[in-house]
Design a binder for this molecule. Structure first.
Ligand code: NAD
Length: 333
């Protein structure tokens, strides 16, 4: 397997080396291809990502990605939007499930849902007109884009509780009527039980009764916001992994960003990235290695080794070492 490794900016430079140590401990044969992308590269070279970088990513089987800083500068082209579009990774999968010995805001562990976010269109279309008086962003919803994300979500639901919740705002934004209709048709065709929710009401319901949800399918911006919000149910952004999946490529990254407020302090929680590596291993069909990673993360949390975001006093490195040591000791047996 050729694996592109992108550290990116900020805490990306601290968490990715830890995740790579975990990969090495598993002893999996991987050709690692380091790729520099992001704001640091932009400051140095004037480009955050080049055509050559995109070709390198396309030549790899998948990507393990840290995080990048995206300044609100209109001249800065979003690296993530570029990659998701160029590699056509239309499905952003964000599992939200409790972790052992970690309290989320509700202090409950009876929920387990997945946000399936359309990743290539919606309000992140990149079609914008920026003016001094008026600025606009075009929201794009296509039948093709809605159909393929709905199919993905239904397939996922079939392997779970067979329950799909379609999240939209079609009462106000008429573009969402197409998304809703296509998702409903697809759920019916796949014999998946389904209902729909307006996004504002869904935000409330997810925090009040998260156990009622299984697979949640939604458009780009709504999925982004609902998943960051849902991180609070689990215990923080430092715990939430994600996968971006397309027909040919896959890309694994924590849900969080470059966290400039804690970057350089060595205290970023590496677990979101390590669980993203677990998703990569599952995508590759390496279920044994994936469950060993999960077991090692659970072990680390259960023995109380944790970074300050979880109320602990351990460093990024110390959490990584506990996870690596557990994997090594299990592989020796
Ligand atoms: P953020 O996700 O970087 O941070 C939000 C909060 O969560 C901060 O308080 C931060 O300290 C905390 N946090 C994040 N990751 C953590 C970790 N691993 N361990 C412990 N705490 C963690 O969001 P932001 O501050 O709004 O954005 C910072 C930069 O990241 C911006 O430039 C933004 O555009 C970018 N961003 C990038 C991505 C990505 O690369 N996928 C995603 C979101 C934001």
């Amino acid at each position: 397997m050729r694996l592109a490794i992108v550290e990116g900016d900020g805490v990306g430079k601290e968490i990715i080396p830890v995740a790579v140590n975990v990969l090495d401990a598993l002893g999996i044969d991987v050709e690692k291809v380091p790729v520099e992308l992001g704001y640091g590269k932009w400051e140095r070279t004037g480009f955050a990502i080049t055509d050559e970088d995109i070709e390198i990513l396309k030549g790899c089987d998948c990507v393990l990605f840290g995080a990048i800083t995206t300044p609100p500068d209109p001249n800065y082209k979003s690296v993530l939007l570029t990659i998701r579009k160029e590699l056509d990774m239309y499905a952003n999968i964000r599992p939200i499930r409790p972790l052992p010995s970690v309290k989320g805001i509700l202090d409950r562990s009876d929920f387990n849902f997945v946000i399936v976010r359309e990743n290539t269109e919606g309000l992140y279309s990149g079609i914008e007109e920026i003016g001094d008086e008026v600025s606009t962003t075009k929201r794009v919803i296509s039948r093709k884009g809605s159909k393929r994300i709905a199919e993905y979500a239904c397939k996922l639901a079939k392997g779970r509780r067979n329950e799909l919740t379609i999240v939209h705002k079609s009462n106000v934004m008429k573009s969402d009527k197409l998304f809703l209709d296509v998702c409903r048709e697809t759920a019916v065709a796949n014999e998946v039980n389904h209902r729909d929710e307006l996004v504002d009401s869904m935000a409330y319901k997810l925090l009040i009764s998260p156990e009622n949800y299984d697979v949640v399918v939604t458009t780009n911006l709504f999925g982004d916001i609902l998943s960051d919000m849902s991180a609070a149910l689990v215990g923080g952004l430092g715990l939430l992994p994600s996968a971006n999946i397309g027909e040919k490529h896959a890309f694994f990254e924590p849900v969080h960003g470059s966290a400039p407020d804690i970057a350089g302090k060595g205290i970023a929680n590496p677990i979101a990235t390590i669980l993203s590596l677990k998703m990569l291993l599952e995508w590759r069909g390496d279920m044994e290695a994936a469950s060993l990673v999960e077991e090692a993360v659970d072990y680390c949390l259960n023995i109380g080794i944790r970074t300050p975001d979880l109320g602990g006093s351990n460093s990024t490195q110390e959490v990584g070492s506990a996870i690596v040591d557990h994997i090594r000791s299990r592989l020796k047996k």
